[in-house]
Design a protein around this ligand. Structure first.
Ligand code: ADP
Ligand code: MG
Length: 685
């Protein structure tokens, strides 16, 4: 019954089914999970003779008359008189010319709305109405707490309600056919009501207080299904054999140790711990799936480099993928220098550096660094032992599948752009093992951040010029985000060019200023970055392309124009470009008069922890927008709130006890949900 297609709904126009499909509602089960977003309480039914102005009520009676009143404008008014044993009342609608037809043939009518006074009499402009066969027939749209559904694609809440009522009747017709999928003992332990009751209640509550109890159950389910699904993926992965077991003999461990001791710095404790966790994983015969989280500047790259070195000692290749060319370039420079003097071949492979790695030579390199396109490239790699994905929130199911298609099942290390709240990693990433770098290298000073209103702009520029002269430091100036599209539009580029000209000519005429934007050719970008890195430019004016990962330790001032237009995570990333060495660094948030006291910017200025920022952001915006969960099929958190850590931890505990005692395979109601969830995951990823 649950998997019945909505095409089978009786008395339903094909236009309606098409619209339901477009809303992602394909089966009866989907209909049940299309929840109302609010309710109108029309449960008070009153005799017509007793209604009072201001009351919200339902009235029932027979139709005495209905007429269309023409007006001078295009508006039409429909007036009906409704009568019961106690009196009569006028009902008024606007612009519903079809109404007379619907109502004329009805024996009785039930109408809900608020009573208004009109001269000496009272009227109602019904919010809901429905024809009844008998005066005491069961009602759907009136005479009860009436759910209001999000109506999209022109489908009215009333139509949706109608379909929901039908599906509820059909699914719950036979009380034996429960849709429940969580065992009783778990429901009891967490004080949850049955799914059958929760679904019936959310659509047809008898009292408003019950709605919360239903929502708790349904929200719990959303988390339960996601966590369980991740755990099942994890179980499946753990049974797989890696194509690249890495054997760390004592001699090799020594070599790794000496590699670490030759680094230009000592690893922080957190880096060391993450490294140890990774090295343990690499020696296992099933592939690593590890998620390395650490704030910007916490030193994730070197941890990845150590892992790559371990793979190299086993004659395995490592692929390192970054989201942008500039970043790949940067990694190439960093890793080449870490690996110099070693007999190890590092290659860069991006759109503009294609010549190095070819189908033929791919086997010759030990570390190949490129953009995310590497994964789909058609090279004959020799023996990929490790894949590192940098600065990406999500890498997992789909990418594993892609690698597998090539016969690869390597160890996998994903690194985040920004630390994410524990509730989020638990729910959305729990198929991955987590390593956390929760400290910054020693000697880093807190980046001083100031919100700078227009009045202080000139002083800000003067201060920057002085800093450059006295401290010999370098500066980033980020141009405002004109549009929020992923790719830079020509408008943004033009604005950046103008800003650059203005800064160069009018503000910093004596300084060397460079411009970087996404539409430059890769070679040009590279040239600009190299020159900036080498200290040839004082100031780098850029669109937000320097957003992730760029590492120029001598740059200590980050000026962000139009700061109010950036998201918190993005601001944090931008700010993370400075403060990469021991010098005091600064971040100036240039903003308009209107935003000078913005609570978001103020919070950002006083908070340097990426984790705290992402928790704040999660409360502010919800996970869909931040983690791109919508695009990735992780959405449909219609009810559950990822800031509700109590519920998240409960769901996690429940999943653990479920897996100990029960089997999804033996619970068809759950299996169907998990399967469709996982399919959706792969489709959209
Ligand atoms: P992120 O985690 O943001 O990717 P990076 O790997 O780019 O950070 O490292 C930031 C900077 O810190 C780099 O310049 C790197 O060389 C330096 N670094 C990394 N680890 C340490 C350490 N333990 N001590 C001092 N500096 C370090
Ligand atoms: Mg990085």
């Amino acid at each position: 019954m649950l998997s019945t297609s909505i095409d089978k709904l009786p008395k339903t126009a094909s236009r309606t089914t098409q619209r339901l499909h477009a809303m992602g509602v394909h089966t009866y089960e989907d209909v049940l999970h299309y929840y109302p977003f609010r309710y109108n309480d029309f449960s008070v039914v009153s005799p017509i003779g007793q209604v009072q102005p201001g009351e919200t009520v339902t009235i029932r009676g027979t139709l005495e008359s209905i007429k269309v009143v023409p007006t001078r404008s295009r508006i039409t008014i429909q007036k009906a008189t409704l009568r019961d044993d106690t009196g009569k009342i006028e009902l008024i609608w606007y612009n519903q010319p079809y109404l007379a037809k619907i109502l004329e043939s009805a024996n009785c009518i039930s109408a809900s709305g608020t009573i208004e006074s009109f001269g000496k009499s009272v009227i109602m402009k019904p919010v809901e109405y429905e024809p009844l066969e008998f005066i005491d027939s069961k009602t759907k749209h009136t005479g009860r707490i009436v759910p209001v559904y999000p109506s999209v694609y022109g489908l009215s809440s009333k139509t949706i309600r109608d379909k929901v009522c039908h599906v509820l009747d059909a699914v719950f017709e036979n009380p034996e056919d429960s849709i429940e999928f969580i065992p009783d003992d778990i429901l009891k332990e967490y004080g949850l009501i049955s799914l059958d009751r929760a679904i019936q209640t959310i659509h047809q509550p008898t009292k408003m207080a019950d709605v919360e109890i239903a929502r708790k159950r349904l929200g719990f389910d959303e988390l339960f299904v996601r966590i369980l699904s991740s755990k099942l993926i994890k179980q499946r992965w753990s049974k797989e054999q890696t194509t690249a077991p890495i054997n760390l003999t004592d001699a090799r461990k020594k070599e790794i140790q000496s590699f670490i001791s030759r680094l230009p710095f000592t690893l922080t404790n957190a880096q060391q711990k993450a490294t140890d966790e990774i090295l343990i994983d690499l020696q296992k015969s099933n592939p690593m799936n590890r998620f390395l989280q650490g704030d910007v500047g916490s030193g994730k790259t070197v941890v990845a480099a150590i892992a790559a070195y371990a793979a190299y000692l086993n004659k395995k290749q490592t692929l390192i993928m970054a989201p942008t060319e500039i970043l790949a370039l940067q990694h190439f420079a960093t890793i080449s220098s870490l690996m110099k003097k070693l007999d190890l071949k590092v290659a860069l492979q991006t759109g503009s550096h294609k010549d190095i790695v070819s189908k033929k030579t791919a086997a010759d390199f030990d570390i190949i660094i490129g953009t995310h396109a590497l994964i789909s490239a058609k090279y004959d790699f020799r023996d990929v032992g490790l894949v590192v994905i940098d600065e990406q929130h999500r890498f997992g199911v789909k990418q594993r599948a892609l690698l597998k298609e090539k016969g690869l099942n390597p160890h996998l290390l994903t690194m985040t752009a920004t630390p994410i709240p524990r509730t989020v990693s638990l729910t959305l990433y729990s198929e991955l093992d987590l390593s956390l770098i929760d400290e910054l290298p020693k000697g880093r000073k807190r980046i001083k951040t100031y919100v700078t209103p227009p009045a202080k702009r000139t002083a800000g520029y003067q201060w920057i010029a002085k800093q450059i002269e006295e401290e010999k430091i370098q500066v980033y100036i980020i141009c405002p985000l004109i549009e929020t599209s992923e790719h830079e539009s020509m408008t943004s580029i033009k604005a950046a060019k103008e800003e650059y000209e203005h800064l160069k000519k009018d503000v910093f005429p004596k300084l060397n200023v460079a411009l970087l934007h996404g539409k430059l050719k890769a070679k040009e970008k590279e040239e600009v970055m190299n020159q900036f890195n080498a200290g040839k430019y004082h100031i780098l004016v850029s669109t937000s392309v320097v957003e992730v990962g760029v590492d120029v330790p001598n740059a200590t001032i980050m000026l962000i124009e139009g700061a109010e237009r950036f998201g918190l995570a993005q601001l944090h990333q931008l700010r993370g470009r400075v403060g990469r060495a021991e010098k005091q660094s600064y971040c100036l948030l240039f903003t308009t008069q209107q935003y000078r006291n913005s609570s978001r910017l103020t919070f950002f200025a006083k908070t340097t922890s990426g984790l705290e920022l992402s928790e704040y952001d999660l409360k502010l915006r919800g996970p869909g927008e931040i983690y791109g969960t919508d695009q990735h099929g992780y959405s449909d958190l219609k009810i559950a709130d990822l800031t509700d850590s109590k519920l998240v931890f409960q769901a996690k505990k429940a999943v653990d006890s479920y897996l100990k005692k029960y089997s999804v395979e033996k619970t068809p109601n759950l299996k169907r949900i998990i399967d469709s969830y996982q399919l959706n995951l792969i489709d959209k990823n």
